[in-house]
Design a protein around this ligand. Sequence first.
Ligand code: SF4
Ligand code: FES
Length: 247
Amino acid sequence: MLVKLKIFRFDPQKDKEPHYQSFNVEANPMERLLDCLNRIRWEQDPTLSFRWSCGHGVCGSDGMRINGICGLPCQKLVKNFKEEVLIEPFPVFKVIKDLVVDLDPFLEKYHSIKPYLVTKTRPPEKERIQLPRSPEEQKMFEAAVRCILCACCTAACPVNQNPETKAYVGPAALVRAFRYLFDSRDEASEDRIALLDHKDGAWGCQTLLKCTEVCPKEIPVTKQIGQIKKRIYETKHKRSGGGETKR
Ligand code: SF4
Ligand code: FES
């Protein structure tokens, strides 16, 4: 089938303004949009810039906007696109070239929530075992572990898109915070709660659900952020017998 793509182009070394360029590509209906982008780069315009690595929804590096919705072109079959497909870089982030954006601010926010297991007690002789959970808790926890840091959720979040609230840490960082806050082996929940209990932390989420809609790993992002808020609230009330939460 013939696939038509209208692609955002911007080379800051040559262009004063961004523009769009249309390409036609012959593709098998079961190929992905990423295959079309690669064919354009290999056969029509080697200057087209975009990131990708695994080609199979694992590395999270090829996030972009497809017909206005943040997603991974390696997961989009061309047979599902009958009209011309609009391909643009993520919003929120600065464009470096064409579809490549600067993800440094995203990674800085991610690192700010301590995205690693913190232990303070002496390690046991063997491994640290996670305590058993209820099947429901286990399901939620496993979903958080699936995150590939593609940034689709953060780019799609209207709070992150709003210049007035762009300091919000964003859904991807909160999914990782959830993963460690609810890990029975982690011994830094007090520190984590202090990091998340402010207007640009977990309380920055306005429950708009865009993150959950676009997540390519089907993580219940908004629900997990809600669990973090609940944990903050419960911890503070337990600690002070009715402490106030900064909002
Ligand atoms: Fe990507 Fe989903 Fe992780 Fe957000 S939560 S970074 S959309 S995998
Ligand atoms: Fe790795 Fe799409 S290329 S997730």
